[in-house]
Design a protein around this ligand. Structure first.
Ligand code: SAM
Length: 288
């Protein structure tokens, strides 16, 4: 009975019977609250049009997948763990709109796995493995797939970083990067007791809605991203020092670009907004 996958006792029994263990290295903390799964899946669905294919990264034993399968036309899941994969297949055997792949989401081609047909819209919904949250989010963003929304459970601290605005303590390169990509909103927190095994920290569900039109239009997007990364490469250094040491431009070129962009070279990366990163990158571009 698929609903028993929300019972810690059942999960423990099945792990023993199958000779499996929860894999810490894969960030395995399975959701055991049907209500939380329902809330996450509903939030994902509420931002999408029909018909929609939902990409789920790390379905585990299918706690969230069962709810997604009720709401989306198709669900495509990518699970790395070979051990739980057959069990996942059994739990979803009756859901013929779910496709499962046993693969590393950091390695796969999302477009190929989604195999979206003409007219199908795309969404992402996942309780992400915490150790690879940032690389997975970057990979989703860089895939350039036209997702209508990304509804993601991440550690509370990470959620704060992703949603941070310029001037906030947790504002970092990923905050700036995501602000360029879309609107990031924190939806709700999920307490430790909703997982098996219990994690040591609270989680939060965030939703990213990609911009229809980017807030700035850098001349060279790759250089723009490089400037953002470089500006945050050392927290207490000035923007001039960060850019001079982390980019392959001469100190003179960096000084000239900051001057042209009207940015005080003594400022720190965490005080710069997207417009300012764009102005610096565009000024550097003219010196290429
Ligand atoms: N979605 C399930 C749930 O909410 O109960 C499980 C979430 S658990 C936090 C993260 C899941 O991601 C695990 O099942 C883990 O095996 C899987 N995972 C970890 N790294 C992965 C990767 N690189 N690619 C695909 N799946 C991964």
């Amino acid at each position: 009975m698929a609903e028993s996958i929300y019972s810690p006792t059942y999960i423990r029994e099945q792990l023993n019977a199958r000779g499996l263990r929860m894999q810490k290295k894969f960030g395995q903390n399975f959701l055991i609250s049907p209500a939380v799964c329902e809330n996450i899946a509903s939030a994902a669905k509420s931002t999408t049009s029909e018909p929609t294919v939902c990409l789920e990264i790390g379905p585990g034993i299918g706690a969230l997948t069962l709810r997604l399968a009720e709401k989306f036309d198709r669900v495509v899941c990518i699970e790395i763990d070979r051990g739980v994969f057959p069990w996942l297949g059994e739990n979803l055997a009756e859901k013929d709109n779910v496709t499962l792949f046993n693969a590393d989401a950091l390695e796969v081609d999302f477009a190929e796995k989604l195999a979206a047909k003409e007219g199908e819209k795309l969404a992402v919904c996942a309780n992400l493995p915490y150790s690879v949250t940032s690389p997975l989010i970057l990979k989703l963003v860089e895939s350039a797939l036209p997702f209508e929304s990304l509804t993601l459970m991440v550690q509370k601290e990470a959620a704060e970083r992703f949603a941070a605005k310029v001037g906030d303590d947790s504002y970092g390169s990923l905050s700036a990067y995501l602000a360029y990509y879309g609107t990031v909103k924190k939806l709700f927190d999920v307490k430790e007791a909703n997982f098996y095994p219990r994690p040591t920290v609270t989680s939060s569900v965030i939703q990213i809605i990609p911009h229809q039109k980017k807030p700035v239009e850098p001349k060279d997007e790759t250089l723009f991203f490089a400037v953002i990364r470089a500006a945050f490469s050392a927290r207490r250094k000035t923007v001039y020092n960060c850019l001079s040491s982390a980019l392959s431009f001469s100190k003179e070129a960096v000084a000239a670009a900051l001057d042209q962009a009207q940015i005080d070279p003594m400022r720190r990366g965490e005080t710069l907004c997207l417009d300012e990163f764009c102005a610096i990158a565009d000024a550097l571009c003219t010196n290429l």
